[in-house]
Design a protein around this ligand. Structure first.
Ligand SMILES: [Mg+2]
Length: 368
């Protein structure tokens, strides 16, 4: 099987921000990118990648689409089922730009599944669970507003709440204490500062966290800007510690594990370069005795399906949670469901995605 052509589609994606320390506008329009890879046998596989605002990771829509101009031509004529070879070729062609590679890689896994007549989860090693535990993000707001959002989430069976913080020690400690008061046994609050705390803020917050009941399901995520700052805070933190933005690849994960710098890692498909690399990191994290979240930055149905197919392959005790990626725009149909706090995928071949051709109409780039 050979890649005959690659089409790139642009979809505006209105997005409600989570209001953490680095974002001030509540509603923004992000720019989603979908790639459709067509083979000489007529199969089409789909991938998707949508950078968040450019302060989050070093990825932008323009940079992603510019990288595709280098990546797509060298992939024509290659076998998309050879995902390892495809990734080697992409890494030799463009340094970094993992968000662009992610869309291509996801489309190749979709094609591998379609050609084998198997769901992607089977090709990734098989499902360990019927459904992956879901979490939801709680936008930063007043403590009472955040508690109301948690109560709404509970009605959908959600038990893991990622609480967005990062404003500063005093207001964030007030939020954390208020939510701790209403947290039930078996529920988790992951306090995510998104790199927003100074060292002093972070020390004060983790000191306050250690005063809360030890049985409380409280975790601290990405307190400060750099890996080194996080390692310093980790040494004075007695709560489980999650790293996200500063873990870019397997090398970072190995180093962080050797340094004892984390209990859990966040694996985002477009941050690490797609399903191939995310799967490698997930297997490694499991072997290293770490827990993980499986998700992406932003996305719609294709991202949701890719996240679901990878998340269910993680052993239950190693998976902290997965994210369902609700979106304001629908790209098409998928056999993935998010209900009762669980993300499940069907048995369709590949990612089970059927595009809405009214949404994916005219490509902005086409390579053949
Ligand atoms: Mg995070």
């Amino acid at each position: 099987m050979k890649i005959k052509s690659i089409s790139v589609y642009a979809i505006p994606l209105p997005y409600k921000t989570l209001g953490h320390g680095r974002v001030t506008t509540p509603e923004i329009t992000l720019h989603d990118t979908v790639v459709g890879i067509e083979t000489d046998g007529g199969l089409v596989g789909y991938g998707e990648s949508c950078p968040l605002n450019p302060t989050y990771l070093d990825a932008t829509t323009g940079g992603l689409r510019a990288a595709l101009e280098f990546l797509c031509p060298v992939l024509i004529g290659r076998d998309p089922c050879e995902t390892g070879v495809i990734n080697t070729l992409m890494d030799r062609t463009v340094r970094g730009h993992e968000a662009a590679k992610s869309a291509i890689d996801i489309a190749c896994w979709d094609l591998l599944g379609k050609s084998a007549g198997l769901p992607v989860k089977t090709l990734l090693g098989g499902a360990e669970v019927d459904g992956a535990r879901l979490y939801n993000s709680i936008p930063m707001d007043t403590p009472q507003a955040m508690i109301s959002t948690i109560e709404e989430n509970r009605k959908q069976g959600i038990t893991v709440f990622q609480v967005k913080l990062g404003q500063g020690a005093e207001p964030d400690i007030a939020r954390m204490r208020a939510i701790a008061d209403i947290l039930r046994p078996g529920e988790h609050m992951i306090c995510d500062a998104n790199r927003g705390w100074t060292m002093e803020d972070a020390r004060r917050v983790v000191a306050a966290a250690s005063q809360l009941p030890p049985e409380l399901g409280l975790l601290i995520e990405q307190p400060c800007a750099t890996y080194e700052e996080c390692v310093t805070i980790r040494k004075v933190c007695d709560r489980p510690f999650v790293l996200d933005e500063v873990i870019d690849d397997t090398r970072d994960l190995v180093r962080a594990s050797a340094d004892g710098a984390l209990d859990a890692v966040v694996i985002k498909l477009s941050h690490v370069g797609g399903l191939t690399k995310a799967h490698e990191m997930a297997r490694l994290a499991t072997r290293l005795g770490l827990r993980m979240r499986i998700e992406d930055t932003v996305g719609a149905e294709i991202v949701r399906a890719a996240v679901a197919h990878l998340a269910v392959t993680v052993p239950e005790k190693s998976l902290l949670a997965a994210y369902p990626h609700p979106a304001s725009v629908s790209l098409g149909e998928i056999g993935v469901t998010a209900s009762n706090g669980l993300l499940s995928c069907g048995e369709e071949s590949g990612l089970g995605f059927e595009p809405d051709t009214k949404v994916l109409c005219e490509p902005i780039q086409h390579y053949d």
